[in-house]
Design a protein around this ligand. Structure first.
Ligand SMILES: [Zn+2]
Ligand SMILES: [Zn+2]
Length: 293
């Protein structure tokens, strides 16, 4: 009765292959959560392609039922979908969840990137049974309770809390916490001072065993990127501390950050958690690692 999480893509904005990023990985967002026999996928960045191939290796010709949750349709979160082989196989069923945007359903948003000018295979040629769900606030996937929450991002994004058998994983990427602060430029200047994260946001992550959260910018980078849709990593630490999360996986690494720079951000975030008197463990989400909760 455990929850398993595997990171298939951890990079934000655009894939970054190459030696500078080989430890944390260059594929865009995709994570897999397994609970009992349920397979849940968050986001369809380029990491989804590898996950699809691995599912075929693991499960052979056995029909698959998969649940895909999309935080939002920005390119880095959907660009792996046309290369997700299980979507092409008639024996498989894909439940797809996400929010509508300007009267375009999640079905329209996913199929848009497969129009003939962009991609040679039409969306209608996907062989699997595709069931799209405009996500409201909660859903059940087997015994996993899913709660969606609206985040601060250009065009909006959704975060998701997954609860199963007393365990909780929260996936919160592309969320600019700092814009919710009373004064983003002043709050939290002192390392021992928590930034005032709004209470309703904290409730979604309350007591999470694992919080996977966008931590794209350093404090100094953020000053030039206010309103771009991503937070300071240190603000996310405060969020995790306030929520009482046990572990924080920094995610959606900036495409400009090398492995060494991500290491530095992780070390700084652990120091901040310690300075706040918290036992929170902060680590950088790394492509290929699997955790058991
Ligand atoms: Zn993104
Ligand atoms: Zn985005």
């Amino acid at each position: 009765m455990s929850l398993f999480v595997k990171f298939w893509g951890t990079r934000g904005s655009i894939p970054t292959p190459g030696p500078r990023t080989e430890r944390y990985g260059g594929n865009t967002p995709c994570i897999e959560i397994r609970a009992d026999d349920q397979i849940i996928i968050c986001d369809g960045g380029t990491g989804l392609r590898e996950l699809g191939l691995d599912l075929l290796r693991r499960c052979g010709k056995q029909p698959l039922t998969l649940h895909l949750f999309f935080s939002h349709p920005h390119w880095d979160h959907i660009q792996g979908f046309p290369f997700f082989v299980p979507a092409y196989l008639p024996a498989n069923t894909l439940h797809v969840y996400g929010a509508s945007k300007q009267d375009r359903t999640i079905h329209d948003l996913l199929s848009g990137q497969m129009e003939s000018v962009y991609f040679p295979v039409n969306f209608g040629e996907l062989g699997s049974r595709l069931i799209t769900n405009d996500l409201d606030t909660t859903a059940m996937v087997g015994n996993v309770r899913v709660t969606a929450f609206r985040q601060t991002h250009p065009g909006d994004s959704l975060g998701f809390a997954f609860e199963h058998d007393g365990r909780k994983i929260v996936y919160s990427t592309d969320h600019e916490h700092d814009l919710l602060l009373p004064d983003p430029s002043l709050a939290g200047k002192h390392p021992g001072e928590l930034r005032p994260i709004p209470e309703e946001m904290i409730e979604f992550a309350r007591d999470a065993d694992l919080l996977i959260a966008d931590g794209q910018y350093t404090d100094s980078e953020y000053q030039k990127k206010i309103g771009w849709g991503h937070p300071r990593a240190t603000t996310v630490v405060d969020f995790a501390v306030r929520a009482g999360a046990k572990q924080l996986a920094l995610f959606h690494h900036d495409p400009m950050h090398s492995d060494a720079e991500v290491d530095t951000i992780v070390a700084l975030c652990n120091s901040r958690a310690k300075a706040l008197g918290s036992k929170l463990v902060v680590f950088g989400a790394r492509e290929g690692i699997e955790l058991k909760l």
